[in-house]
Design a protein around this ligand. Sequence first.
Ligand code: ACO
Length: 361
Amino acid sequence: MSDGLEGVIAARTVLSDVDGARGRLVIRGYPVEDLSGRTRYEDAAHLLFDGFFEDAPSDLAPALGAARVRAFAEVAALDEGLARRDPVEAMRALLARLPDGDDLQTALLLIAAPAVFTPAVLRVAAGQSAIAPDPSLSHAADILRMTRAGPASDAEAAALDAYLVTVCDHGLNASTFAARVVASTRAGLTSAVLAGLSALKGPLHGGAPGPVIEMLDAIGAPANARPWLEKALARGDRLMGFGHRIYRVRDPRADALKTAVRKLASASSALPGRLAFAEAVEQAALEILREHKPDRPLDTNVEFYTALLLEALGLPPSSFTCVFAMGRVSGWIAHAREQLAGGRLIRPQSVYVGPEPRIAA
Ligand code: ACO
């Protein structure tokens, strides 16, 4: 038996390869650092969908814009009570209303859903009305416009694109595995995406970047980093944004996102200072983790610079998991289609360690 299924190979995939020893992520043949910052999210989704939807147009952008408009019709079901829940729970409730299906139109609606529902949830929770999508904009630019009720700069849209592309797929992570398990039962893409989203929500997976901001805010200044982090570890806390099941070296997505933050910082007055502070905290954390766990290489993961990037874009920490879902959803869908195309029902076994058979009273 493998605790946490560590080391177990449960699928063959053409979608992405995570090399934990070398710190390398390849998405359909491209190193993540070559896609991030150079590719629109629409094109990364197209790359993932290649071969899984025969009717996919060569440019997904117009169809995805139309899907955002279709998704917005569901926002009518969003009342203030629902919007005040944790944003990922509100978004999950809206997603659950979408019909199941396995076709391209369902897939596009599912990509559009987190992008449209998240800004709507944030605005309705703040007592404002939701803003309808503009299908003529890029996916990233429209997400920022719907969130703020104003246009995003090209640099901001490019930074969000870099983030969404960086996280679009990552081997058989917990949420993708959950999506593949559900897809293997032939339940449909909406059910698979809901399973993925539910797994993503946890703080050991996609729920980490919000706590990274809490950690940075609680530390406050570089001089406080070491004592604060030491105390946290002494309490038995985990440092959010560090450690990974597969990577034994630095997560390559951390550097892809750091590059995106640096680009954004060149057009901002406040961000360079925040970035320098975060780098000081990261350095202190890496030193302390080496002392704390000398036998377990613990390095920076994707969530550390995710937190900084999304914060710089004005997105609230409560929405970070939803924004992660906006990127990862295309990976969940591609994996679900891949599972449907060739995979059997996923049905592992367990070792029974309960009482011996006995006679019921
Ligand atoms: N801080 C302190 N100690 C840690 C950390 C951390 N961030 N990560 C792992 N450890 C320690 C554990 O306490 C454990 O110690 P023990 O053996 O004395 O109990 C040891 O390292 C191994 O930990 P596991 O939980 O077995 O390692 P696993 O591979 O399952 O964990 C995980 C990976 C869940 C990501 C872990 O590193 C963690 O909790 N990190 C913090 C949360 C986080 O940043 N999550 C985002 C991950 S990236 C993503 O999912 C998109």
